[in-house]
Design a protein around this ligand. Structure first.
Ligand code: SF4
Length: 93
């Protein structure tokens, strides 16, 4: 009887943990996907265009270090913008 109760609790806990895992593990990736349409519209890419890159664009929001992914004022809710990236809204002024 007691073993049955422990087994039910374990099954309940592991079921909840299994269902919750994607929400705990993938929220950052989900944000980037949310703005995929805007990335396409602005022709964003992870490579620079000559000397023009996100790191020297006024719209770039740097990450923790100069090489970390950051954000962009023109692509909201997206924190996976590469400092080496580029899009058609590149702005130096
Ligand atoms: S506007 Fe374009 S080039 Fe400038 S930081 Fe944003 S994505 Fe990069």
């Amino acid at each position: 009887m007691n073993t049955d109760l422990n087994r039910r609790r374990w099954l309940k806990f592991s079921g909840i943990a299994l269902v919750s895992l994607p929400f705990a593990y993938f929220p950052r990736h989900a944000q980037a996907i949310a703005n995929e349409a805007l990335r396409v519209q602005l022709k964003y890419r992870d490579t620079p265009n000559g000397d023009m890159n996100c790191a020297n664009c006024l719209e770039f929001i740097p990450g923790k270090s100069t090489t970390d992914l950051g954000g962009c004022k023109k692509i909201p809710k997206d924190d996976e913008i590469s400092p080496n990236g580029y899009c058609t809204l590149w702005n130096s002024m």
